[in-house]
Design a protein around this ligand. Structure first.
Ligand code: ADP
Ligand code: MG
Length: 251
């Protein structure tokens, strides 16, 4: 569903050049729930942005759902269409529109499609049902808990029929119980065949919900394996500061 080949990303500012990602090769299949892990600054957000077509690699290739994304050959309009059809993005701070009801928020990406108002509403309500929010469709975002707001964002991606859901620290600002409900909704999406990629910091959540863990260190893939193969020492290594410096020195 997603393929990255030899992907690197450099950020240039006036005096410094940062290698945010270095020669990343990955394939993520439909129905997989993948947790991206690693210390702050290791490149998690950059990786998710590239996968979500929100930014472009400095080198290498990104392919989504069989289509290679080459910005030189695609117009902005075409990229926007691809994003709208294939990718749902979930942010730490929910990104819901406060003046719109829950159902209206879920309908937003559908406004760009040729659908009647009735069809849009029925897709939105079905998606809200799948994340357990049937009783909240007329509420406004501020009337919901953080976990419920995040599930509205997931419902929005489901209504959109996204092939890929990218979630950048989706539970970082939530309490443990809300975090669990959000991860369960992401599992619902994966069970429906969506490729779900989420950056997570909590080892217990990754262990419980992810099929696979990709650990980044200094912009490179440190480990990429099924969750069951990670034991406590493997998790400790992901956040090992000494190792981080070594990798930084060897470039
Ligand atoms: P993470 O999400 O794992 O904390 P990021 O992907 O945000 O990591 O950042 C990876 C590296 O790229 C960091 O060194 C960060 O400072 C740098 N970086 C991220 N975004 C930018 C940017 N827009 N301009 C310059 N440097 C950036
Ligand atoms: Mg980040």
């Amino acid at each position: 569903m997603i393929r990255l080949e030899q992907v690197s990303k450099l950020y240039r500012t006036e005096r410094i050049e940062t290698v945010a990602l270095h020669n990343v090769n990955l394939t993520i299949e439909e129905g997989e729930l993948v947790s991206i892990m690693g210390p702050s600054g290791c490149g998690k957000s950059t990786l998710l942005h590239l996968m979500g077509l929100l930014d472009e690699p400095s080198q290498g290739e990104v392919e989504i759902d069989g289509e290679t994304i080459d910005r030189r050959r695609r117009s902005d309009r075409e990229l926007a269409r691809l994003r709208n059809e294939r990718v749902g993005f979930i942010f730490q701070q929910f990104h819901l529109i406060p003046d719109l009801s829950v159902a209206d928020n879920v309908e937003i990406p559908l406004l760009y499609r040729k659908l009647s108002g009735k069809e849009r509403r029925s897709l939105a309500l079905a998606a809200l049902d799948r994340v357990g929010l049937s009783s909240r469709t007329r509420h406004f975002p501020t009337q919901l808990s953080g976990g419920q707001q995040q599930r509205v964002a997931i419902a929005r991606a489901l209504a959109q029929n996204a092939k890929v859901i990218l979630a950048d620290e989706p539970v970082a600002s939530l309490d443990p119980e809300s975090s669990a409900t959000v991860l369960e909704s992401l599992r619902v999406a994966a069970a429906a065949g969506v490729a779900v990629i989420a950056s997570l910091h909590q080892v217990h959540l990754a262990t419980h919900y992810a099929d696979r863990i990709i650990a980044l260190r200094g912009g490179a893939v440190l480990q990429d394996a099924p969750t069951a193969t990670f034991d406590p020492p493997a998790f400790a290594q992901i956040y090992d500061r000494t190792g981080e410096r070594q990798v930084a020195r060897s470039g």
